[in-house]
Ligand binder design. Sequence first.
Ligand SMILES: Cc1cc2nc3c(=O)[nH]c(=O)nc-3n(C[C@H](O)[C@H](O)[C@H](O)COP(=O)(O)OP(=O)(O)OC[C@H]3O[C@@H](n4cnc5c(N)ncnc54)[C@H](O)[C@@H]3O)c2cc1C
Length: 385
Amino acid sequence: MERTPDVTIVGGGPAGSALAVLLGRQGVTVVLYEKAHHPRLKPCGEGLLPHGVAALRQIAGIPDVPHVKGLRFVAGTVSADVDFPDDGLVVRRDRFDAWLFELAGGTPNVDARPGTAYRPGPTGLLVGADGCHSMFHRQLPGKVASPRRAGLSSHVVGLTGLGDRVEVFFHDDGELYVAPTGGGEALVSALFDYRHFRRDGITYLLNKTAWLRGRLSDLEFTTPVLAAAPLGLYVPRIVDRSQRLLLVGDAAGTPDPITAGGLALALAATRIAADAIVTGAFDEYERRRLEMGRTANRLGRLILWLGRTERRAEWVLRRLAWGVEPLLNLALRRSQVSGSGPFDFVRPKLGRETNDAQDGLWASGSVAADTRRLDLRRPPSDSRS
Ligand SMILES: Cc1cc2nc3c(=O)[nH]c(=O)nc-3n(C[C@H](O)[C@H](O)[C@H](O)COP(=O)(O)OP(=O)(O)OC[C@H]3O[C@@H](n4cnc5c(N)ncnc54)[C@H](O)[C@@H]3O)c2cc1C
């Protein structure tokens, strides 16, 4: 008969795999279920903020992926650059998740089971690491962020001028996010309010972004366009002692992707979760993880409010760029796990102005709404679908 492990982890994404590595190394026996086979794509902006990099370094080391030195916010004709004190990373999720899962599978005491959906049985402590549509939200329910938002992501070649920054472009109807994934390829992600969502959102926003106009040449999608909705989730209770259940990663709540902070939050908090599992300090894990999540959510709401219209975002970048540094500094310092060092942004540098002329969704709203794969490899168009 199969021995019951100390811990059963459901979900072999970054949170589940990282937790398995940390526990296995400490002699805790773990079964790690992952229903998909890696490598698999995942809708994501693929940016890992520096506090996530610090956590990753301790958990797994740093993979060979592009480093970014900061962010560039662009609205209308104005841009503001914000440098990180330490590098961020751009992690193509198919490769990154496969790499971490493989590391988990090779860790002593970890039995990783790819292509195996979890079915209830003898588990020991149960950890829900199964993402924002977690099956465990039946026991520990979540609240979807309002207004409802949806996101698209894909990869392209033919977008020139990719530097060592993640670029965020604000528009009236959504935000476009561009990150270099290496070899001339870029991650592109488009985020929308439900009422503005369109299936061709990536090509629509790419074409709409005057700043990028001279940089698009023979644009080609290299991966299918993936969609995710709704974005942003708050889970008020993430530990259920009576059921011996604990949530990590997106299952424990996730900020709007405009913060580019979901992965960093997942990895940083995983270290606290591992300590809690080993020492029994579950209340401490719940308290700290919820506080980290609230901070990230506040940052997300603020960025979305400041960027609600392109005009407002442009005004903010022109007049209040000096405030970007303390704001992000505060939010990210609070998101940090103590002991991983100070996190200071340097003062943003205002970009020069360009002379360019400016020119029915799956709205269940429930936590169980599905991620869908859309094949949108079609030419750019301005017509709404
Ligand atoms: C459009 C978009 C853009 C984003 N951009 C960024 C960004 O730039 N930076 C950032 O840091 N974050 C970003 N995020 C958030 C980031 O993707 C998540 O925070 C991250 O994926 C969380 O990792 P996780 O391991 O908790 O969950 P997931 O990555 O969702 O992994 C969960 C895993 O559980 C598995 N699973 C589910 N159910 C079962 C089951 N029953 N049995 C077994 N396995 C199961 C799934 O197959 C999956 O592999 C973005 C998200 C979206 C939607």
